[in-house]
Design a protein around this ligand. Structure first.
Ligand code: G3P
Ligand code: MG
Length: 252
């Protein structure tokens, strides 16, 4: 990450301002991980958007959280056994209400085109099944869209972020972390020259924040929907918050 997105992150950090991230887009009101959710997040003026990415059976990076289709689409079964043309035919909006009928599962390429560098994009590599197969094509896709300067890669799967680093020395990496000791995130971030650690809100302590900042690492915390908790975390010095309700950032 080298240009506009870095400037946004550094400027907000230097000014002590929070980086406001829409988790799966504005997913509290609009079907998660759809172009409608990303458009709603842009309209709210967020600084960044997070999405979840997996490979279709024919190797297309697609944007969906669950490894199965049932919860958020009209399809059934695992994402990984469906070709892109099959996934493209599914409805990904109606589960949140008739207004959203017709929303589709986007490809990552669609979202890169939609956002076009206006905000930072956090691409989370979601599925353990994709580790080893998704990283190099994902980095190549992002590079082909000239988007390495505004995309940050993350994953709960350590091998996935290691493979991203192997694929690109320029790729920005966030170390996603959901277990104790949370200091394990710092060690991996050091190893990978990551930009930030991305701990669960349950793991954040003043000591962790201080240790990250001493290493020039940001602390990006997920997923925070309660305004009082947002205020506490901001006061504690975190750099970024992920929320399903990015409209609530205005209340801070
Ligand atoms: O990247 C932060 C957060 O998205 C991780 O959890 O399950 O919402 O993808 P999940
Ligand atoms: Mg995610």
């Amino acid at each position: 990450m080298t240009s506009a997105a870095t400037a946004t992150i550094r400027a907000r950090s230097a000014a002590g301002e929070l980086l406001r991230i829409a988790h799966r887009g504005a997913s509290g009101r609009v079907p998660e991980n759809t172009c409608a959710a990303f458009a709603a997040a842009l309209a709210l003026g967020v600084d960044a958007i997070e999405l979840d990415c997996q490979l279709s059976a024919d190797g297309v990076p697609v944007v969906i959280h669950d490894e199965t289709l049932e919860r958020t689409t009209s399809g059934i079964g695992p994402v990984a056994v469906k070709r892109w043309d099959e996934l493209a035919a599914l409805d990904a909006g109606a589960w949140r209400g008739p207004t959203f009928r017709g929303e589709r599962i986007p490809r990552l390429a669609d979202v890169l085109a939609q956002l076009d560098g206006r905000v930072v994009l956090n691409v989370e590599i979601k599925s353990a099944r994709d580790v080893g197969a998704i990283e190099a094509p994902l980095v190549a896709l992002v590079a082909a869209h000239d988007a390495l300067s505004w995309v940050l890669f993350s994953s709960f799967h350590e091998a996935a972020v290691r493979n991203v680093r192997a694929a690109s020395t320029d790729a920005a990496i966030g170390v996603l972390w959901d277990r104790r000791p949370a200091t394990g995130a710092l060690a991996l971030a050091d190893e990978l020259h990551a930009r930030c650690i991305v701990p669960s809100r349950r793991l954040v302590t003043p000591e962790l924040i201080a240790a990250a900042h001493a290493r020039d690492l940001g602390v990006w915390v997920w997923t925070v929907n309660d305004v009082a908790e947002m205020r506490r975390l901001v006061a504690a010095g975190v750099d970024a918050l992920f929320s399903d309700y990015p409209e609530r950032f205005a209340e801070l």
